[in-house]
Design a protein around this ligand. Structure first.
Ligand code: NAD
Length: 453
């Protein structure tokens, strides 16, 4: 940890109304400029900020740094005109938020979804900042999104949308400044279009401007499986830490896409029993265990899990409250809330998705003694291998799968142990311990760099 003198509260600090935090000595009081906003359990940025505030308080973070780290560096909103196949022009809205770049280039995915909002993109960009710092890779955090409904777009429309969005935010993109990756409804194909558009503007090929690319054009081996593999590693570590036998441990997985299906496959390979899986069509339960490969084959042939014969169909809500050893939410944000947290019957939750648990649900789960491995740790395998991809592209030298997986394993295990140690030392849950470690690492760099102008 850095020993440089902390930034002191600046003049701005003195101009803003000082809100008090009950129970804290005046010197420790933190300023919460937007706390008069109505807190909404379903607002992702509020979900991030409430954990951030608590962790910052535990760290006794200097008020000036607290203010810096509570705000995104840059928020970009763009209009994206797209020529539809019908000949009409439609205009879509896109966002790119660079939350913090103090530790290195901003890093964060791009999602195409009708539910994208600026607050969601801000929250996801902040989580990327904490996630990269937590696993100690030299990146800041960012995120992007376009409000659109991909299934209603043809491939040509999707390509034009992607290329125009890339052109609209090109000033911030670059291997040294901001590096996108796939997220909800974007994939290797979309990354290839972004890389090509950026390279055309730069007049030379720049592979390291995006990660999650096809292997043929500079992608990394193991990237596609990396997030699910990371979830498997922390689930295994969590079971060991909680004294749960891995062999035959009961696992319930919400979401059977990239993260959920890979995690389920790898956990089954470890000897666990996958008792429940789900996607947006339905949830499935089989107390004797679901054959994950067989279910994947079914999805390949039928698109969704619905109708899969070797399990009972039930609902996603029932899946979340299934009796199991490990619950792995790997689909959406805000699925475990104050409304259902008390019904959760898992001993461990491993958050594959970003933000699946609300701050109000945290308290309930804590009281129940559920061991929650938070998203910024549990799903950090993806950005870790994205970092490996960026390193390989810049070095022009590519690693074999064994090297990628071995280095991922080490980073995930080391990070898990650092978080559990922090949690024990400070008497806080793993989520707050993760935020504390991450915030302190970002804060340390700010102290060393100082405030420019
Ligand atoms: P994906 O699109 O491949 O899979 C999502 C899955 O969730 C699909 O099976 C879908 O049917 C299911 N789903 C959607 N709505 C649902 C609902 N209402 N109920 C139950 N299931 C539903 O996406 P992914 O890449 O696996 O990402 C899943 C989550 O993990 C997201 O929160 C994403 O931000 C997060 N994440 C992904 C990565 C990555 O590398 N892919 C990295 C970090 C975090």
């Amino acid at each position: 940890m850095a020993t440089a003198t902390p930034l002191t509260a600046n003049a701005l600090n003195r101009q803003l109304p000082q809100m008090t935090t009950s129970g804290m000595a005046p010197a420790q009081q933190l300023i919460m400029p937007d706390k008069d906003m109505v807190l909404d359990e379903d607002n992702p940025f509020e979900a991030m900020i409430s954990r951030f505030d608590f962790a910052a308080e535990q760290l006794n973070l200097d008020p000036g740094l607290y203010r810096i780290l509570r705000h995104p560096d840059k928020q970009i909103i763009v209009s994206i005109p797209v020529l539809r196949d019908s000949g009409e022009i439609e205009v879509f809205t896109g966002y790119r938020v660079l939350y913090n770049s103090s530790r290195g280039p901003a890093k964060g995915g791009i999602r195409f979804d009708l539910a994208v909002t600026l607050d969601e993109v801000k929250a996801l960009a902040a989580w990327m900042t904490w996630k990269c710092a937590l696993v100690n890779i030299p990146f800041g955090g960012s995120k992007g999104g376009v409000v659109c409904d991909p299934p209603t777009l043809s491939t040509g429309e999707l390509e034009r949308l992607t290329r125009r969005y890339t052109a609209q935010i090109i000033e911030v993109l670059g291997p040294e400044s901001d590096v996108p990756a796939p997220d909800v409804n974007t994939n290797e194909r979309v990354m290839a279009w972004i890389m090509d558009t950026y390279s055309m503007h730069k007049r030379h090929t720049v592979t390291s401007v995006v990660t999650g690319k096809p292997i043929e054009m500079g992608g990394s081996r193991g990237r596609r499986q990396a997030t699910g593999r990371g979830c498997m590693i922390v689930a295994r570590e969590a079971m060991q830490a909680q004294g749960i036998a891995i062999d035959n441990a009961r696992i319930a997985v919400q979401g059977f896409g990239n993260v959920g299906s890979v995690a389920a496959t790898l956990l089954a390979e470890l000897g666990c029993r996958i008792v429940a899986i789900s996607d947006k069509s339905c949830a499935l339960y089989n107390a004797n265990g679901i054959d994950v490969d067989d279910a994947l084959d079914w999805v390949r042939n039928h698109r969704y899990l619905s109708g899969y014969p070797a399990a009972d169909q039930y609902t996603n809500e029932e899946l979340l409250t299934t009796e199991c050893d490990v619950l792995l939410p790997a689909a959406l944000e805000h699925v475990i809330t104050s409304r259902n947290a008390a019904n959760v019957r898992a001993r461990i939750i491993v958050e594959g998705a970003n933000g699946p648990t609300t701050a109000n649900a945290d308290k309930i789960l804590d009281d129940m003694g559920v061991f929650v491995v938070p998203d910024i740790l549990a799903n950090a395998g993806g950005v870790t291998v994205s970092y490996f991809e960026w390193v390989q592209d810049r070095g022009g030298y590519f690693w074999d799968l064994e090297t990628v997986n071995g280095r991922l394993e080490k980073i995930m295990v080391d990070s898990f142990r650092e978080v559990t140690t922090m949690s024990e030392q400070h008497g806080v849950n793993l989520r707050i311990a993760s935020y504390m470690l991450a915030i302190e690492r970002v804060a340390a760099v700010h102290r060393l760099r100082g405030l420019y102008a």
